[in-house]
Ligand binder design. Structure first.
Ligand SMILES: C[S@@+](CC[C@H](N)C(=O)[O-])C[C@H]1O[C@@H](n2cnc3c(N)ncnc32)[C@H](O)[C@@H]1O
Length: 144
């Protein structure tokens, strides 16, 4: 039987880090440099796949109260800490989903709202080939 973490390190939590490359302002700048017209808009929904301990999600939610910002990670310790921070900061617009992206069913994916932006940072080079295929099919913004 395959372990839930597919060999990924889970016995110690990832660093507690904020990733500015994942902010929609940064994405808009990169889009502009590539000649793609895109701007963040009010009421957006964002998903951060492999959100780690959730600092980026929580900061984005705090700075943009009208956005719905969701973090997804399969490490229960990361999701618990991320949710704890959102609760302590009373961020009603930050949410966290504990799930293995590579194993999510259609029904589970349907639980997510319609998304404007999907980001992923620091995951691509750490995960299996199968997971990279899933991410590519999702059309994720790859921030590192
Ligand atoms: C290197 S950390 C990056 C964390 C954060 N995105 C950052 O850049 O600070 C990779 C994260 O991806 C999560 N992860 C790896 N494979 C995953 C999978 N199949 N489904 C969901 N999360 C996954 C890990 O638990 C970990 O939190």
């Amino acid at each position: 039987m395959t372990a839930w973490n597919h060999g990924y390190v889970t016995d110690s939590p990832y660093t507690f880090s904020y990733q500015p490359a994942q902010t929609p302002g940064s994405i808009a700048m990169v889009c502009a440099m590539a000649g793609v017209a895109w701007q963040p808009r009010p009421g957006m929904a964002l998903l951060d796949i492999g959100c780690g301990r959730g600092l980026t999600v929580n900061v984005l939610a705090a700075a943009n109260p009208d956005w719905n910002v969701i973090g997804l990670d399969y490490n229960p310790a990361h999701i618990a800490e991320a949710q704890e921070l959102a609760d302590a900061a009373e961020l009603g617009n930050a949410g966290f989903v504990e799930a293995d992206l590579a194993a999510m069913t259609d029904a589970e994916l349907d639980q997510l709202p319609e998304l404007d932006v999907v980001t992923i940072h620091g995951v691509w080079t750490w995960v299996s080939c199968r997971m990279r295929c899933v991410l590519a099919l999702c059309g994720c913004w790859h921030g590192g």
